[in-house]
Ligand binder design. Structure first.
Ligand code: PLP
Length: 389
C-alpha cells in the first residue's frame, strides 16, 4: 500500500526582509576566520576599493555602522554647537540623533507626501544664518532630487550629508548614488539591500577628508613608520572587522541581481494592488519609479479614515497569517526626546500622517511571485473586513 501524500502544511512564515547570503560568502568568512586576521585589514581595504569603484573612484571608508558615518561627516564639516542642520522628520531616528550627538540642532522640514522624502521646496524657508548642512534621506531607496538638492546647497553655501543608508544601488539620472555630490553615507545593516551584518560606508570628497575620517574612526590615531603614533583629536571605535567586510564583498557581487529582483517584485506588487477590488480599498502606494530606486522597501500607507482598525491590529492579523510587516518610521519629532527639545504634534502633518499609517510589506530578493500575491490577498482581506459601515 502506498503512503498517502503528506498534507500541505501552512506556508512558511514570510518575514518583511531577509538577507541572501551565498555559500561562497560563507566559505569566504570561514577563510577569514582561519586566517588569524579578524579585525580591520585586507578585507576591509578590498571592500573600500570596490565601493570606491562603484562610486566613480571617490574616496570611501568603511565603518561599523551607517550612524557613525553621518556623525563623522558632520564632524569633518566642522558642524557643532550653535549650528543647525536641516533634515526630515520621517526617518530612522539615527538621522537626527547624529545631529544632536555633535551638539548641533536638527531643523525638521516636512515631507512630500508622495515621495515621503524631505520636501525640498520647503527647505529654503527653513535656512537661517546658523544653517550649515542639509541631511536628506532616500527613504525606501527612492532618491531625493539630487539636482535640486545640490543647487540649494550651492546657493546657500551649505554642506550636504546624504543619508543614503537605504539607497545603495539606487541612482540619479543614471549615476549611482555615491558617485557624485558631497558626503554620502551608506548603511549595511542586515535589512539593507547589501549587508556587512552591521556596518556602513562614507563617501568623501578628497584624501584630506578621508584621512580625517580614518582618525575619527579609530581614537584619533595617526601612525607613521613602524612605531610612530600621534593623536590630535578625539576619535571613536568605529572600525569594520574583516569578517564583516568579507560578507560585504560577497554581497557586492550580487548588487545588480538583487536590485533587478527587487524591481520585478515591486512590479508584481503594483499589478496585484491594481486589481479593482484591491484598488478600491484606497491604499496609498509608493511612487512607481522604475529608473532610480533600488526598491529597498515596499511601503503602503493605510487609509486611516476608511478603516475601523489601527495599524497595529493590521500587523497583528498579518502576523497571524504568517506574514511579517514593519513600520519605517514613526515621525521623529514625536519621540519624547524630541518633544523635550520643543517639537509637538501638528508640526509636520505629512510626516505624522505617514508615520502613523505607513506599513512595510515583505520585499527581498528570495521572494517569489506567489509570496507577493499572498501578501496582497491577506492585506486586502484584512482591510475589507474592517471598513466603516
Ligand atoms: C535612513 C537610515 N539612516 C541611518 C541608518 C543607520 O544605519 P546603521 O543602522 O547602520 O547605523 C539607517 C539604518 O537603519 C537608516 O535606515
Amino acid at each position: 500500500m502506498s503512503a498517502a501524500p503528506p498534507e500541505p502544511g501552512p506556508p512558511a512564515y514570510l518575514p518583511f526582509t531577509r538577507p541572501s547570503i551565498d555559500e561562497a560568502t560563507i566559505a569566504g568568512v570561514a577563510e577569514v576566520l582561519r586566517s588569524g586576521h579578524l579585525t580591520t585589514g585586507p578585507q576591509a581595504r578590498a571592500l573600500e576599493a570596490k565601493l570606491s569603484a562603484h562610486c566613480g573612484g571617490r574616496p570611501v571608508r568603511v565603518f561599523n555602522s551607517g550612524t557613525c558615518t553621518m556623525e563623522i561627516a558632520l564632524r569633518i564639516a566642522g558642524i557643532g554647537p550653535g549650528h543647525e542642520v536641516i533634515t526630515t522628520p520621517l526617518s530612522w531616528v539615527a538621522t537626527s540623533n547624529v545631529i544632536l550627538a555633535v551638539g548641533a540642532r536638527p531643523v525638521f522640514v516636512d515631507i512630500d507626501p508622495v515621495t515621503r522624502n524631505l520636501d525640498l521646496n520647503r527647505v529654503a524657508a527653513a535656512i537661517t544664518p546658523a544653517t550649515r548642512a542639509l541631511l536628506p534621506v532616500d527613504l525606501a531607496g527612492l532618491p531625493v532630487d539630487r539636482d535640486q538638492l545640490h543647487a540649494l546647497a550651492q546657493r546657500h553655501r551649505l554642506r550636504v550629508v546624504e543619508d543614503a543608508a537605504q539607497s545603495f544601488g539606487s541612482c540619479w539620472q543614471g549615476k549611482p548614488i555615491g558617485s557624485f555630490g558631497d558626503f554620502v553615507s551608506f548603511s549595511f545593516h542586515p535589512n539593507k539591500n547589501i549587508t556587512t551584518i552591521e556596518g556602513g560606508a562614507l563617501v568623501l570628497n578628497d584624501e584630506r577628508e578621508a584621512k580625517l575620517a580614518e582618525q575619527y574612526r579609530l581614537q584619533g590615531v595617526v601612525r607613521t613608520g613602524f612605531d610612530g603614533m600621534e593623536v590630535e583629536r578625539v576619535g571613536g571605535k568605529f572600525n569594520l572587522t574583516d569578517v564583516a567586510a568579507r560578507v560585504g564583498l560577497g554581497q557586492l557581487v550580487h548588487l545588480e541581481a538583487f536590485t533587478t529582483r527587487r524591481r520585478e517584485l515591486a512590479r508584481i506588487y503594483f499589478e496585484e494592488f491594481d486589481r479593482p477590488a484591491v484598488r478600491a480599498l484606497g491604499l496609498q502606494l509608493p511612487p512607481a519609479d522604475w529608473a532610480s530606486t533600488n526598491w529597498h522597501m515596499f511601503q503602503v500607507v493605510l487609509p486611516e479614515a476608511r478603516l475601523t482598525i489601527r495599524r497595529a491590529e493590521v500587523m497583528a492579523q498579518l502576523h497571524a497569517a504568517g506574514i511579517g510587516s514593519g513600520v519605517h518610521y514613526p515621525a521623529i519629532h514625536r519621540f519624547a526626546l524630541y518633544r523635550r527639545l520643543g517639537w509637538k504634534d501638528g508640526d509636520f502633518p505629512h510626516a505624522e500622517y505617514v508615520g502613523r499609517n505607513t506599513l512595510t510589506l515583505p520585499l527581498f530578493p528570495a521572494m517569489s511571485r506567489a509570496n507577493v500575491v499572498r501578501v496582497v490577498d491577506a492585506l486586502a482581506a484584512i482591510l475589507k473586513a474592517h471598513q466603516p459601515s
